[in-house]
Design a protein around this ligand. Structure first.
Ligand code: CA
Length: 238
């Protein structure tokens, strides 16, 4: 995470605090833009997105909580991480903020050190999530193509390279049916000496490891295999 190319918007109606945060972020290497009210920031969001938004809860024009709710409900803006600034020490408000989708909150007065640390933690997390080589099938089923890792409900699966590659192929085009010979081509190219039924064995093992998500790999009788494009509600079971 490089602060140099990160842009941060701050909405805070107390001018002194706004100016202080803006200066501190700038000296930490971020590009920070300040707003004393929410509306001008919301207007700017139509043409420009920050990497992170620092949002005060008590604002003169629109309540910070409402701004947060709006942004997180809009597909265009829901990925922008939000750090809530609050003078309220009321736990209820903090919980409500997090429920509305804020990524973190910090209570005023705060130390610069802490603010910067929180910002960096959020940005690292969102960098990781936005990495194109990480596929989140659901919140609890994640494939990291860089690290060759598959995570299901917080646990890393112990897949063989062949199982991983089958999963990689099938998830490339959800809904698409691959026949066994296409899967073999992908796995071994021209070197294939294995028989097509071998694929069935690998897929059976893969499905077993996927547990609750096994249903996503479907056998199309007489044709081959498909990764379902329609995913049921995320599984909460242990
Ligand atoms: Ca305020």
């Amino acid at each position: 995470m490089d602060a140099q190319d990160k842009k941060i918007f701050i909405v805070e109606d107390e001018r002194d605090i706004l100016e202080l945060i803006r200066m501190q972020l700038n000296s930490a290497g971020f590009t920070a833009k300040g707003f004393e009210t929410a509306l001008p920031m919301l207007n700017l969001l139509k043409i420009e997105h920050p990497d992170l938004l620092i949002l005060d809860l008590m604002l003169p024009d629109i309540d910070g909580m409402e701004v947060c709710r709006q942004l997180k409900n809009d597909k265009a803006t829901q990925k922008i991480p939000i750090l809530m600034l609050t003078a309220r020490t009321d736990l209820e408000d903090k919980i409500k903020g997090l429920e509305y989708g804020a990524d973190d909150y910090i209570t005023k007065p705060f130390e610069t050190r802490e603010l910067i640390a929180r910002i960096k933690a959020i940005l690292r997390r969102s960098d990781w999530e936005s990495d194109k080589n990480v596929l989140s099938i659901t919140e609890n089923f994640i494939i990291d193509f860089n690290r060759y890792e598959v995570w299901v409900q917080g646990k890393r699966l112990d897949l063989t390279l062949t199982e991983f590659k089958i999963l990689q192929l099938l998830t490339k085009r959800p809904g698409w049916v691959y026949n066994r010979s296409q899967i073999l081509d992908y796995l071994w190219g021209n070197d294939k000496i294995v028989i097509e039924r071998t694929i069935d064995v690998h897929i059976r093992n893969l499905r077993e490891k996927l547990g609750n998500y096994a249903y996503l790999i479907k056998n199309i009788r007489g044709v081959g295999y498909q990764f379902l494009s329609e995913i049921e509600d995320d599984i909460e079971k242990d």
